[in-house]
Ligand binder design. Structure first.
Ligand code: SF4
Ligand code: SF4
Length: 307
């Protein structure tokens, strides 16, 4: 049987997920539960029904269509069959099904539609999530098809996967976008639910394989954005990775996820890790330049995403 992956979004004309113009494919399922998760709909590997109360006109069509008679706004996530019948009949997109199974052939046909843009801009495909490495078998097959079709490939990963899985996909991956949140294992465990020993070990392994790596640091106010965090990450890069990475990218905090959690009732409670950053303010320019300076002083190429 064909290996399929659950895709929760395909973003075209992406310009922040690697070089050039890219199509970013988001796979569902993540082994971490970060306190600041920007994509709560990606956490569970299964398709997911969201409900956006501000878009609901109270027509009751979803209730009539649901085999389990689950009312709008009160869907029991454990019982829900994730069939999407309620979303199909909803006139206002108040109910949405995040996640649909794709085979590698179907997905390559979809991304190939934008090959002209990739070729003209030096772009390609980025597979993100969730955590794409959770579906390493599918990923290897899909990336191989990209290679056959002359499409540049990148994987956006948190690094928390078995090394054997990285070995599986490395052959067909042109670039790794690799997250480092904090280097301290205890704080990493507290913030994400997982120790970072495996993550740093895999990163070093990819550097040893001489893969192209961009290290991305999400700057989360009060969690990952102190100058001493930058110093520790810079020391790890200099000490263990040498000069083999392409660059570090600093990703300033934004409040988009806060709105997402506030809008959809499904992200409050259940198995979702609660959002803990209500009211947190994005970093100011001077502070961001100070953080960037830590890497510059260490001789590490660094890019600060648009402020
Ligand atoms: S996805 Fe299916 S089972 Fe779940 S609430 Fe919608 S119609 Fe009901
Ligand atoms: S079908 Fe959509 S708009 Fe109608 S009650 Fe259900 S969620 Fe609300």
């Amino acid at each position: 049987m064909e290996d399929k992956a659950v895709v929760f979004d395909i973003k075209k004309f992406a310009i922040h997920d690697g070089p050039g113009i890219r199509t970013t494919v988001f796979l569902k399922g993540c082994p971490l539960s970060c306190r600041w998760c920007q994509n709560p709909e990606s956490q569970d590997a299964r398709p997911e029904i969201s409900f956006f109360p501000h878009l609901c006109i109270g027509c009751g069509k979803c209730l009539a269509a649901c085999p389990l008679s689950q009312p709008a706004g009160q869907v029991d996530r454990e019982l829900c069959l994730r069939c999407g019948k309620c979303a199909e009949v909803c006139p206002g997109e108040a109910r949405k099904l995040a996640g649909r199974a794709f085979g590698a052939e179907e997905l390559i046909d979809e991304v190939k539609k934008d090959k002209l843009f990739f070729d003209n801009s030096g772009g390609g495909v980025t597979v993100s999530g969730g955590e794409p490495m959770l579906q390493a078998g599918f990923l290897r097959g899909f990336l191989k098809l990209c290679r056959i079709n002359g499409i540049h490939t990148a994987i956006d990963t948190c690094g928390y996967a078995a090394w054997e899985d990285f070995e599986k996909v490395a052959e067909y991956t042109d670039l790794f976008l690799y997250d480092i949140k904090v280097t301290d294992p205890a704080r990493h465990l507290e913030y994400t639910g997982a120790d970072n020993g495996l993550i740093l070990q895999n990163l070093a392994g990819l550097a040893d394989l001489k893969k192209n790596i961009i290290i991305r640091i999400p700057l989360i106010p009060g969690y990952t954005d102190s100058p001493s965090d930058m110093e520790e990450t810079a020391a790890f890069i200099s000490g263990r990775l040498g000069r083999r990475i392409v660059r570090v990218e600093l990703l300033p905090y934004n409040r988009l996820a806060e709105a997402k959690y506030a809008q959809s009732s499904i992200y409050r409670g259940g198995s979702f890790a609660p959002y803990r950053l209500e009211g947190a303010e994005p970093q100011g320019t001077d502070y961001l330049l100070k953080l960037r300076g830590v890497f510059e002083r260490s001789g590490i190429p660094v890019f600060l995403e648009a402020m």
